[in-house]
Design a protein around this ligand. Structure first.
Ligand SMILES: [Fe+2]
Length: 295
């Protein structure tokens, strides 16, 4: 992971700018190149961290609303609660609301050597997959069945046909009984990186649909032809992702910026005695990079 040493609290003491234009461009260029950046000891002030993230974000993810708000600041949310392992995944990659950047900020590092955040570069993973597996995923999109609860209670009876303005969505319904929107989402497990011509294998394939490590909004996943993804292929993805993953050891006030289209992330199991670990997340839906003018 590329490391930056910028302390924005110090920057703000010296001037009104969080970072210089030169630093900003340097961060954007490194992010586009490496897809994962750690800012060591960026700030102890959560509002300054939020303002820093604003510089790179056009909008924030709606999906993050299901996570608990932290520090009275709607941008900051809890990471997955509990002590369980979190299997490698790209945030909300089973749905068209997938954020472009996921950020993790370490409010308090763990006392025990557990619960390291894991990341896996989808470009490396794709390059390491066998020709047989690549051929399978190049030709075969994945079909995720998704159920997202309504934000507010909506009155109605049964199911109503609905429409989402997102390519890949089909069989979309408002389900008044379960108070949720349901749809299938067709998505290739491999996609082009946002910033160059490389392919990245970053998705929700490793996450099970049932059990402790499942994702509550992902009800089903299969190929579009209703074929089960062959066990041999699943095993290969798991083995290679495990070999390529890297662990982040947290220090106080570290901030991680992760390209969510390129990278997958997860977490090691947390020691049950661990009481200190406090990592929060921010999800940037769309970046500001394409039309950002710093002044
Ligand atoms: Fe996640």
């Amino acid at each position: 992971m590329k490391e930056f040493k910028i302390n924005i609290d110090n920057n703000l003491k010296k001037s009104s700018k969080i970072i210089s234009k030169k630093d900003y461009m340097n961060i954007v260029n490194n992010f586009k190149k490496y897809g994962a950046i750690t800012f060591s000891n960026i700030s102890s002030n959560i509002n300054n961290v939020g303002d820093f993230i604003d510089l790179f974000s056009n909008s924030y993810s709606n999906d993050a609303k299901r996570r608990k708000v932290r520090f009275n600041n709607k941008k900051f949310r809890d990471v997955d609660v509990g002590f369980d392992e979190v299997i490698l995944h790209s945030e909300t990659s089973f749905s068209p609301t997938r954020p472009e950047i996921v950020w993790f900020y370490c409010n308090k590092p763990p006392k025990t050597n557990s619960g390291k955040t894991l990341i896996c570069d989808g470009i490396d993973l794709w390059n390491n997959l066998s020709a047989e597996t690549k051929i399978f995923f190049i030709g075969e999109p994945v079909c995720y069945s998704v159920k997202v609860p309504f934000e507010k209670k909506i009155q109605g009876i049964g199911k109503k046909k609905w429409y989402l303005d997102k390519p890949g969505v089909r069989k979309c319904y408002l389900n008044y009984k379960s108070q949720s929107i349901e749809f299938d989402y067709l998505k290739f497990a491999v996609q082009k990186s946002l910033y160059d011509d490389k392919l990245c294998f970053s998705n929700h394939l490793l996450v099970p649909v049932t059990g402790k490590q499942s994702e509550e909004q992902m009800m089903k996943k299969e190929t579009v032809g209703k074929k089960k993804i062959p066990e041999k292929i699943m095993q290969e993805i798991k083995n290679k992702a495990n070999l390529l993953k890297k662990a982040k050891i947290w220090k106080k006030y570290d901030l991680v910026m992760l390209d969510n289209i390129r990278f997958m992330h997860g977490r090691e199991k947390i020691n049950k005695k661990e009481k200190d670990r406090d990592i929060v997340t921010i999800q940037t839906s769309k970046t500001k990079f394409k039309n950002y003018f710093y002044n």
